[in-house]
Design a protein around this ligand. Structure first.
Ligand code: ADP
Length: 718
């Protein structure tokens, strides 16, 4: 290889390198690159470059020039596609023909082979760049240059061809493919660079719009806690430009006190690497902040933050809490003033209510009373009723709906409604009617007012205030109803007391003469001889007894009902008590036998009401005797571990299972053939049950129709 060949090669390398720049010129955008016009332009440019290459060849002998157009055209085919490559090929072919000489055929063939190899490779291996592209480049370069070598045969003169093969075979099979591979790699790199650049631009744009179009505030601070990123919203809320903010620290922006607080959370994030959340009140907003660690590209860690304005959400939550509280509050029993104080306290959480009152309307004299009145300035005595005619309050009552009244609204209202001013002049006034629960009648008005800020209330506050007013209205009505109910209850209790005392009197009035009748009938029975008269007297006597027992039963029931049964508990021995009951019945001439079954002679103590238990047993024995025609009745008790069970057993008519369930109800008698035979009121067993329950005892019956019954009562021993 001589010097001229080397110079030519170097020149070619330079031009080839310049060729790779064509790629940059044409590749402005992916879409532009694909446009036909662009391809034509690329083709012409590439053609120009090829001509340039041919202009600086190394000349082997006159008319036999070598250059690297094959490298150019092969790569053009591989990277620029058929249109540009064909144009470039045609231009270079023409120029080669124009140059003339013995190598024309070979020169043109080289142009055709290189371009076609590139174009076809790209066509049939469209993804060649994605895999092992070096290998692909090696193969495609060798194909193109082997073809170039083959085209040497197109040279007619033998000697020339021999000479050419001798000198050019090695470069064609080494330098040329090497150049092709290098240029190919270079182009791939450029292409990737372009791609990366484009992706970077896209990601920049995404990032930019993501953080700047966001309604949340966002910022990033470096390891020294100086701002390095601030989004539009953050700049807006801080009222500073981005240029101003970047580089500042918290102290400079917020002042020391606030900055100290932020330092703590920043430090926590940087030290622990955790996300820190907090809520804070910033000016008139409530914000929710999430701070998180960010990597600063080195080993250093900074702080990123997203701050969301949650004022509305917070207010809503606060409102929900207050409303829930209100609904609970109105169910509790308070006096009106305590209730109003609580309502006022919670109202202040959601509505500006330094001045708040309620006025209750009294139809009868067209006046208002003020059960609750709080005002910054007006300290008048509001314990008295006042007329308030044509006031805002009166207006709200008349129209029956809530309203916000500022100066402008006041003017408007006064055109149709004659307004009078009461109290101090406020800038804005908000009132809502207190309705009764039917929502038909306005029972009063609730109002808040502000002396300092004409924008203290907005329409949404009115909705909320109306809810407060409704709750107050319902509470007041409930209080009124409770008062009425209490009065009614007092009256009912009063009349109940009258009824009971009437019954007590009546029973006394009836029992006294009855005792007279019974007593004298008894005497007469002893005196009278005439059997007819004796029978009549016996009828008088037994009728009087029945009447007496009925009156006693009715009296007991009346007492139970009105809760007037007095329980007198004492520790007593049940043995003598049972013996007394036994003797009481034994004294009467009974139609059947009566036994007393007691496990011990004395000393079975229980703590209960002796008289009531005695009454229970008398009732049960009475029934047993009444419903037993043959056999016996047994009265007794059984000791149990912690209780004692007293029973009255008979061999009488018995009670069906069905009836056993009912007989303890009031006025229940078992229906049947015997109905007329056994007299009674159906009250006895219900009294027994009531008494047993009052004494914490239980009572039940075990019975079989036709065989007899056993009534049991069980009481705890103590
Ligand atoms: P009465 O005044 O009718 O006896 P009670 O409440 O004492 O009212 O009894 C209700 C009914 O229970 C009786 O009418 C009777 O049918 C039934 N009864 C009560 N005790 C007995 C008993 N020992 N044997 C059979 N039936 C009974």
């Amino acid at each position: 290889m001589n010097i001229s060949m080397l110079v030519g090669l170097l020149q070619n390398i330079a031009i080839l390198l310049a060729f790779t720049l064509v790629y940059d010129i044409i590749w402005t955008k992916e879409t532009n690159f694909r446009r036909l016009l662009n391809r034509v332009f690329a083709g012409i440019t590439l053609g120009g470059v090829a001509v340039l290459l041919m202009l600086s060849p190394f000349t082997l002998m006159p008319g036999l020039v070598f250059d690297t157009r094959s490298v150019l055209l092969l790569n053009s085919g591989l990277f620029f596609g058929p249109v540009a490559t064909l144009i470039a090929a045609i231009i270079s072919a023409f120029y080669r023909i124009y140059m003339g000489g013995p190598g024309v055929m070979m020169g043109v063939a080289t142009i055709v082979f290189a371009s076609l190899t590139g174009i076809l490779w790209k066509r049939f291996r469209p993804n060649w760049r994605k895999g092992n592209n070096i290998l692909e480049l090696v193969i495609v370069s060798y194909i193109a240059h082997l073809l170039m070598l083959a085209s040497v045969t197109l040279i007619k003169e033998d000697a020339l061809r021999q000479e050419l093969l001798k000198t050019m075979t090695v470069p064609i099979l080494t330098i040329y493919p090497l150049f092709s591979i290098l240029v190919g790699r270079l182009l791939i790199n450029r292409m990737n660079n372009h791609k990366l650049k484009r992706e970077l631009e896209q990601s920049e744009a995404r990032y930019e719009s993501f953080i700047n179009r966001n309604s949340d505030m966002m910022f990033m601070k470096d390891e020294n806690r100086r701002f390095v990123v601030a989004n539009d919203m953050f700049c807006k809320i801080m009222k500073k430009s981005r240029e101003e903010l970047i580089g500042m620290n918290d102290d400079e922006i917020f002042g020391k006190e606030v900055a100290d607080r932020y330092r703590d959370s920043d430090k926590k994030v940087m030290d622990t690497g955790e996300i820190v959340y907090y809520e804070e009140v910033y000016k008139d907003k409530v914000t929710e902040t999430a701070k998180f660690p960010i990597s600063l590209g080195t080993t250093k860690i900074g702080v990123g933050a997203i701050i969301r304005d949650v004022t509305i959400k917070y207010k809503k939550r606060e409102m929900q809490e207050v409303l829930l509280y209100l609904s609970r509050l109105s169910l509790l029993d308070h006096d009106l003033n305590t209730f109003m104080e609580k309502v006022h306290f919670h109202m202040k959480r959601v509505i500006k209510a330094d001045n708040f009152f309620i006025a209750l309307y009294h139809k009868e004299d067209n006046m208002y009373s003020f059960p609750y009145y709080v005002d910054e300035y007006d300290k008048s005595d509001y314990s008295e009723k006042a007329p308030l005619e044509n006031s805002f309050t009166d207006y709200i009552r008349v129209i029956g709906k809530g309203m916000l009244i500022n100066k402008e609204a006041e003017m408007r209202i006064s055109e149709t409604f004659p307004l009078n001013q009461f109290g101090d002049d406020c800038l804005i006034w908000m009132g809502a009617p207190l309705m009764d629960s039917s929502l038909k009648e306005v029972i009063g008005v609730a109002a808040v007012q502000d002396y300092h800020d004409e924008n203290a209330y907005k329409e949404e506050d009115l909705v909320l205030f109306e809810i407060f007013a409704n709750t107050i209205g319902i509470f007041i009505e409930r209080m009124t109803n409770i008062k009425k109910l209490k009065e009614a209850k007092d009256m009912a209790e009063q009349s109940d007391r009258l009824k009971t005392s009437f019954l007590a009197n009546m029973s006394h009035e009836i029992r006294t003469p009855l005792n007279g009748i019974i007593g004298f009938a008894d005497i007469l029975l002893g005196e009278i001889e005439d059997p007819n008269l004796k029978e009549y007297t016996m009828i008088i006597n037994s009728s009087a007894h029945r009447l007496l027992s009925t009156i006693n039963d009715v009296m007991d029931i009346a007492k139970i009902e009105s809760g007037q049964i007095n329980i007198v508990r004492e520790n007593f021995d049940i043995v003598p008590m049972l013996t007394d009951v036994y003797k009481f019945f034994k004294r009467q001439s009974l139609k059947i036998d009566l036994h007393l079954t007691i496990p011990e002679e004395s000393g079975r103590f229980i703590y209960s009401d002796k008289i009531k238990i005695q009454q229970i047993l008398i009732n049960l024995v009475n029934n047993a005797i009444k419903f037993t025609n043959e056999g016996y009745v047994e009265l007794g008790y059984i000791n149990e571990e912690e209780s004692v069970l007293m029973y009255v057993k008979d061999t009488g008519i018995g009670i069906s299972i069905e009836d056993q369930k009912r007989i303890f109800e009031r006025f229940t008698q078992v229906d049947g053939a015997n109905k007329r035979v056994y007299e009674g009121t159906g009250l006895g067993l219900s009294i027994v049950r009531e008494f047993a329950h009052l004494l914490d005892g239980e009572v039940w019956v075990e019975s079989e129709p036709g065989k007899g019954s056993m009534f049991c009562v069980r009481f705890k021993s103590n």
